[in-house]
Design a protein around this ligand. Structure first.
Ligand code: SAM
Length: 279
């Protein structure tokens, strides 16, 4: 048994913790808990070697993933909105002295760069109702490269597919362009709905993102305006969907992008070139 794991292995099983602390899952807080230590260890491993690394976890809940991250040797800063989870998290903190810092509050309101080390790894089973908003915020971080070194995140499968979708696929859209402009993205592991307590209606998947090192010379605001206009009228040709955007049709011509194309056929690089031409 590793030193990192020793005190943690004496903690009661998660199902007992959930029952003992009366953590009936709240739908409003997007609560679906993971309890299988082997699966949780696999998710922690998907983040790479965490030994000695700082990890930022949003929504630890009863702390299943938190335990796995600590078992992997990480130092964890976790922000949790549900006060009911704090006693269970305090027990974990006591079993891993000086390695778990729990912040009570809303992750959307946290000043992350002020609170976390530069190069922190984000690992989280995100609450589905704020997961996309958090990811977009992390991808739109300024300056770039950002304060986080990687993000290993559980999403509903449909959102995970949108993050990694390539041109031509039905899932390809604004989130794909933003995510792939700023990061390498891949599905690290699919997770069956039955792994959660309570099981959600849909499947999930863990996505792993690593920021690209170099800035691309265009800001997220401009890129977002173009993808909003283009994908807002997904079935229309760019000639139609971008016509109210000043100079956009000229920029298409200059870049040699046919105005008859539909947005889902454009590569991420073509959207970025368009945004740069209009900046
Ligand atoms: N990490 C745990 C696990 O894997 O079993 C729980 C994951 S559950 C899907 C999401 C967690 O995020 C819940 O514990 C919920 O209370 C918490 N949460 C929801 N909204 C939040 C917010 N805005 N800020 C911080 N935590 C939030």
């Amino acid at each position: 048994m590793s030193e990192a794991a020793s005190g943690l292995d004496a903690l009661p099983p998660l199902r007992e913790v959930i029952a003992a602390h009366g953590l009936a899952a709240s739908k409003a807080l997007g609560q679906n808990f993971l309890t299988d230590p082997q699966l949780l260890d696999r998710i922690a491993r998907a983040a790479g070697d965490l030994d000695g690394q700082q990890v930022y976890e949003v929504g630890p809940g009863p702390g299943g993933l938190t335990r796995a991250l600590l078992r992997a040797g990480a130092r964890v800063t976790a922000v949790e909105r549900d006060r009911r989870c704090l006693p269970a998290l305090a027990e974990i903190a006591a079993a891993a002295p000086c390695r778990l810092d729990v912040v009570e509050g809303d992750a959307l309101a946290l000043d992350e760069p002020a609170r976390l080390e530069r190069g922190v790894r984000i690992v989280s089973n995100l609450p589905y109702n704020v997961g996309t908003a958090l990811l977009v915020r992390w991808l739109e971080a300024d300056p770039w490269p950002p304060w986080w070194a990687s993000a290993t995140l559980m999403f509903q499968r449909e959102v995970a597919d949108r993050i990694v979708a390539r041109p031509g696929s039905g899932a390809y859209g604004r989130l794909s362009v933003l995510a792939q402009w700023r990061a390498e993205t891949r599905i690290a592991l699919p997770v069956h709905r039955s792994a959660f307590v309570p099981p959600p209606k849909v499947m999930s998947a863990v996505v792993h993102l690593v920021p690209h090192a170099a800035p691309e010379g265009v800001g997220p605001g401009r890129l977002s305006a173009i993808t909003a206009a283009a994908f807002g009228q997904r079935r229309k040709m760019l000639r139609q969907s971008l016509k109210s955007m000043p100079h956009a049709l000229d920029a298409l011509a200059t870049l040699g992008i046919a105005a008859e194309r539909r947005p889902e056929t454009l590569m991420v690089e073509e959207f970025v070139a368009l945004a740069a031409a209009l900046s």
